[in-house]
Design a protein around this ligand. Sequence first.
Ligand SMILES: [Zn+2]
Length: 422
Amino acid sequence: MNKFSVIIFLMLLQGVAIAQKSESILLKNATIIDGDASVKPYKGFLLIKDGYIQSVTTTAPKVANAKVIDCTGKFITPGLMDAHIHLATADLTDPKKARLSTDSITGNMLRHGITTLRDMAGNAPYLANYKKDVQSGKVLGPDVFYAAQFAGPGYFAMMANGRKGEEDLGHTAWYCAIKTKSDVKPAIANAKKAGVTGIKIYANLSKELIREITNEAHKQGLLAWAHGAIFPSKPMDVAQSGVNSMSHANDLVFQQIKGDTIEIGAAWAQLYKGLKLDSNMRDKMLLEMKKHGTFLDPTVFHAENNKMFNAALITRRAHQLGVKIVAGTDWIYPEKDEAVPLLDEMNLLVSKCGMNNLEAIQAATLNAAEVTGLKDRGVIRKGKRADLLLLDADPSITLNALFKPLVVFKAGKRVFTATEAR
Ligand SMILES: [Zn+2]
């Protein structure tokens, strides 16, 4: 190494040191919306240091060398989360092209206040790559936590050729066919190696296998995320297996169909003929979920778009009975700077499912973090990651405000600043 390159190297090192030692930021006088709806919004001071919330206080903390931002008249909430998306189910035959599209989608999510995602099945290596690039700062986007999809072999046979760029559907760690109990343990170990956070228990599985997958996932430190109905098993079988979450409120109606098992085609045919919601059966189902602490991600927007109006009715009752509701869309996100479907989902939780705005915010922050097993985010408390939105309108009055943030902080760094706040 010559003298010149030594100097360059020292300069580089210094640059790294400066980049790593992040400054403290004091957000002064904002109205803080905690994420837990039972905490009333309050005026406070929020100190960010090294990516985390160092303190949240109602009086000014003593702090030297902090960058102070006066937030009088402004609001702070936790970063939002969409707890049901699919980033990696599109055509992956040209991974570079696919990735360009993903990066514009996730960039747009971030500008709209979404800082974390629960991906409910897709190509795991693709998602692992995205996750790595976000963690290293190579791309700006929400953190992603993803699932491996488990189903009976019949499901994957039916899906053959339905996933472009997936060579071996049913035989990969992330799209995995389960035939017998002995398949479960190695399949979960493989999924874990592929970096998943949970197993998506999807279709064509007996109640015995659902239970086996759930128990083994928990044993190996993973979560179990199921669909509401996993034909031929009934929704009650799913709830009784102790899964962490059940998706799609509309699915719960299939409990009404007679018999120990249900056939998928016949069940949907009956629904389309106009299956009337039985309130007794509905409550039994929901109370079973409540007993197990099972989260419901109802995907109401998805359901309404498909004219499945039972979803909102079931979600409304679930919320009344104390089942924990999670905001997730299972919907397409735009690449360009357009509104995001999470707003539609949250608006429906309020307009049709009996929640107030703070409860809808909890569904997209605290509950979404909990269902993903994330203890480091979702509420504005000391020690949590500083994933925060600074807003200039009150989201307890209009949820719209959440999706037009002035500033988005992710792990304490400003990752987006609106033109008017620059
Ligand atoms: Zn889904």
